[in-house]
Design a protein around this ligand. Structure first.
Ligand code: B16
Ligand code: MG
Length: 225
């Protein structure tokens, strides 16, 4: 068992987004949305897909229907969103611990050893199923998912709820996010932000390509800059 880390940190809680931060599932969402869009002979572009990251299933469905020029009733939108979810869950069947993103498990383990609180803040209603498949669910004290919030990112509700349940002030929390809407939600919550990936994520405190070779010392220097 790895030993405790004694760091003098101002950060009291870490909140991790799920899809695209912990789990390598963003391409599975995209594949499932494309199957819906192809039924309408519409090609969902990579750039459009970027705008769907962090967005709730129903809102994403609405955006795609708009881009495709489809005028659908609420009931039809809901049916297509259900279909998308069935495709997505089917792709997720084979997920295993190998489908965590590079470096994230060892970074989370380092955070755990400091004794600080760890949470997941995800728009996904499937978050718990995915975390179980990745065998990482037990590391987190708090999981706030799409079933627990009314307003989706960029509204700060998901992250504020995580901070509240951890009993930590928002300004003492760091959020790790791969989406524009998620970074904006964390900023709206008054939290520190680390963007993950290479797309333009707006005004985060710092952005890293991935968690590979990343550690708490690097995080502290970024936050203190
Ligand atoms: P579900 P995150 C988000 O998860 C995904 O980025 C987004 O693509 C997806 O539409 C949304 O969850 C809802 O997911 O259909 O599984 O409820 O990035 O906030 O962890
Ligand atoms: Mg994400």
């Amino acid at each position: 068992m790895s030993s405790a880390i004694n760091l003098n940190l101002d950060i009291k809680g870490m909140i991790f987004d799920l899809d695209g931060v912990i789990a390598d599932t963003a391409h599975l969402h995209y594949k499932a949305w494309c199957k819906i869009a192809w039924q309408w002979k519409f090609n969902l572009s990579v750039d459009q897909n970027e705008k769907l990251k962090g967005v709730s299933r129903n809102n994403a469905m609405r955006k795609i229907a708009n881009w495709a020029g489809k005028n659908l009733s609420e009931k039809e939108l809901e049916n297509f969103a259900d279909q998308k979810n069935a495709f997505y869950l089917n792709y997720c069947e084979s997920l295993s611990p190998e489908d965590t993103l590079p470096g994230v498990v060892s970074f989370i383990d380092q955070c755990r050893r400091t004794g600080m609180k760890l949470a997941v803040g995800s728009a996904s209603k499937n978050a718990k199923i995915i975390l179980q498949k990745l065998q990482i669910i037990d590391v987190f004290q708090i999981i706030v998912d799409g079933n627990m919030v009314e307003k989706s990112k960029p509204h700060p509700e998901v992250f504020l709820k995580a901070a509240e349940l951890m009993k930590i002030k928002p300004s003492d929390c760091v959020v790790f996010e791969d989406s524009q809407s998620g970074i904006q939600a964390a900023i709206n919550a008054g939290m520190m932000t680390i963007g993950i990936g290479s797309s333009d994520l707006g005004d985060c405190n710092a952005q890293i390509q991935s968690f590979e070779k990343y550690n708490l010392n690097k995080l502290i220097s970024q936050i203190n800059n």
